[in-house]
Design a protein around this ligand. Structure first.
Ligand code: ADP
Ligand code: MG
Length: 413
C-alpha cells in the first residue's frame, strides 16, 4: 500500500523543499507507490520528474529511467543530485561507467538514467537482473508510438526488457499525446487502461495569437517592442534563426541565435545567458527549450508552422511557467501547408495517415474564426467552454473570413 499523505508531504518537503503537490502528482504517486503501472499525461512544466524521483527515494531498489536524449539525462541528473538524490547516467559518453555499475550493484543508486537502445543489450539485461529494480520510468513515452510526433523505434525494445521484471511497476510519462497516441502507449508498454492519469492542459495565462506571416520581420519588431521580457522565436531552419537574430538586433536588447549547428560552447553560453537574462530574445530551432527551466519566458513566437498541435502546445508551453501573463504568436502562410503536404508524401505509407491527421488538426487551429484555446484543449480530450477570453479570436472576433478556402485547398487535395 502507498504511504499516507502526511508521509508523502514530509518527504516532498525534505527532498525537494516543496510544500504541496501540484495537479495530479499525488494521484500518480499513489499508484506508483502501491506498485501499479501508470501512464501520466501531464503538460510540460507540470512536474513529471518528481513522480518518479520522489518514489525512487522511498522504495527499496533503483528506479531505471528511460530518457531519449543524453542532454536531457544530464539536466535531470544535475537537478536530482542537487536535491541529494543518488543518481547516475549510464551512456557510452560516460567515463565513470565502471563506478556506476558498482554503485548500482551495491544498491547505492536511487535513479539510473539510460537511453532506450540499452534495453536490447544482453549485458545490460543481465546487469539489471543482478540488482534490485523498484520502478521503470519511461520519460517522453510518446516516442513508443508511431502515432506520436517523435517515434523512436528503440522504445519498442523496452517492453521485452520490462517483461523480464514482472513485478516491477512501469510509469510512462508524456506531455504530448492525443487520444490515439495514449491508447497506443498503453498497449505498447503493457499498462492497463485504468492506469492512465491525465492532467488538465489549460494554460490560462498564455494568450494565443495566430496570423499571416506577411511582413514577418516588421511584425516581430512590433512584438519585441510590446514585450520587454525574455522571449523565444522559433524558426524553421538554422539559417533562419541567424537571419532573424541579425534582423532583430537593435543594439539595445540582446538577440541571439541557437541551433544544433553552432559549436557546443557557443550553444552552452547562449543558453545560460538566456536563462539568466530578463530581456533576451533567442531565435532558435525547436531543439532549444527542452530541459530548460526558465519560468519567466514572456513570449514564444513561431515564424512558421509547427510540426503538430502537440509540438505547438509543448513549444508555446515554455512561456509563462511562473503563471504571470505571457503570449504565444504563430505566423504562418499557405506555403507552410504545401511544404508539409509534400513531406507527408515522403514518409512511409504506414505513417502517412497519422501525418495527415496532424496536418489537418493544425489547419483547423490556424484557420478557425473561433476560440484557439478551445481547439487546443479539445485536441487533448478536454471539453472547454466555447470562448476563453484570452486568445486573438475571443478578444477581437474576426469580421468575416472564409476560413475554409485555404484549408480545403491544401488539406483535401
Ligand atoms: P515536466 O517534466 O513535467 O515538464 P519538470 O519535472 O521538469 O516538469 O518540473 C518542472 C518544474 O516544476 C521544476 O522546476 C520542478 O522543480 C517544479 N516542480 C515540480 N513539482 C513541484 C511542486 N509540487 N511544487 C513546486 N514546484 C514543483
Ligand atoms: Mg520532463
Amino acid at each position: 500500500p502507498a504511504p499516507d499523505e502526511a508521509t508523502l508531504l514530509e518527504r516532498l518537503h525534505s527532498v525537494f523543499g516543496f510544500r504541496a503537490f501540484r495537479g495530479v502528482q499525488q494521484q500518480v504517486l499513489d499508484r506508483v507507490l502501491s506498485g501499479q503501472s501508470t501512464l501520466a499525461v501531464m503538460p510540460t512544466g507540470a512536474g513529471k520528474s518528481l513522480t518518479y524521483q520522489l518514489p525512487a527515494t522511498m522504495v527499496d531498489g533503483t528506479c531505471v529511467v528511460i530518457s531519449p536524449l543524453i542532454a536531457l539525462m544530464h539536466d535531470q541528473l544535475r537537478s536530482a543530485e542537487a536535491n541529494g538524490i543518488r543518481a547516475a547516467t549510464l551512456t557510452s559518453a560516460d567515463e565513470n561507467r565502471a563506478e556506476t555499475v558498482a554503485r548500482l550493484r551495491a544498491g547505492e543508486l536511487d535513479l539510473l538514467y539510460v537511453a532506450p537502445e540499452r534495453a536490447s543489450q544482453s549485458h545490460f539485461r543481465e546487469l539489471l537482473g543482478q540488482c534490485r529494480i523498484a520502478l521503470f520510468a519511461i520519460d517522453e513515452a510518446h516516442c513508443v508510438s508511431e502515432w506520436g510526433h517523435d517515434f523512436r523505434p528503440d522504445y519498442r525494445l523496452l517492453r521485452p526488457l520490462m517483461e523480464l521484471f514482472p513485478g516491477v511497476p512501469r510509469l510512462a510519462l508524456t506531455a504530448t499525446a492525443d487520444a490515439h497516441t495514449r491508447s497506443d502507449i498503453l498497449a505498447q508498454l503493457g499498462i492497463p487502461e485504468e492506469g492512465m492519469i491525465v492532467a488538465g492542459f489549460d494554460r490560462p495565462n498564455i494568450r494565443y495569437v495566430i496570423g499571416a506571416r506577411e511582413g514577418l520581420t516588421q511584425q516581430l519588431r512590433r512584438l519585441l517592442a510590446a514585450n520587454p521580457g525574455p522571449g523565444i522565436i522559433y524558426a524553421p531552419t538554422r539559417a533562419a534563426t541567424e537571419r532573424l537574430a541579425e534582423a532583430l538586433s537593435d543594439g539595445k536588447r540582446e538577440v541571439r541565435a541557437y541551433h544544433a549547428g553552432l559549436p557546443p560552447e557557443v550553444r552552452a553560453a547562449n543558453q545560460s545567458a538566456f536563462v539568466a537574462s530578463e530581456d533576451m530574445v533567442m531565435c532558435a530551432t525547436v531543439a532549444f527549450g527542452m530541459g530548460i527551466d526558465k519560468p519567466d519566458v514572456r513570449f514564444v513566437a513561431h515564424a512558421g508552422l509547427p510540426k503538430s498541435i502537440e509540438a505547438y502546445y509543448q513549444e508555446t508551453g515554455r512561456a509563462g511557467r511562473d503563471g504571470d501573463p505571457a503570449s504565444a504568436h504563430l505566423f504562418w502562410g499557405a506555403d507552410d501547408f504545401a511544404r508539409a503536404r509534400m513531406r507527408v508524401q515522403e514518409v512511409d505509407e504506414a505513417r502517412q495517415q497519422g501525418e495527415r491527421a496532424r496536418l489537418s488538426a493544425l489547419g483547423a487551429l490556424v484557420e478557425t474564426a473561433g476560440c484557439r484555446r478551445a481547439i487546443l484543449l479539445r485536441h487533448f480530450g478536454e471539453s472547454p467552454p466555447e470562448t476563453c477570453g484570452n486568445c486573438d479570436n475571443c478578444l477581437e472576433p474576426p469580421k468575416s473570413v472564409d476560413a475554409t478556402v485555404t484549408a480545403q485547398k491544401y488539406l483535401s487535395a
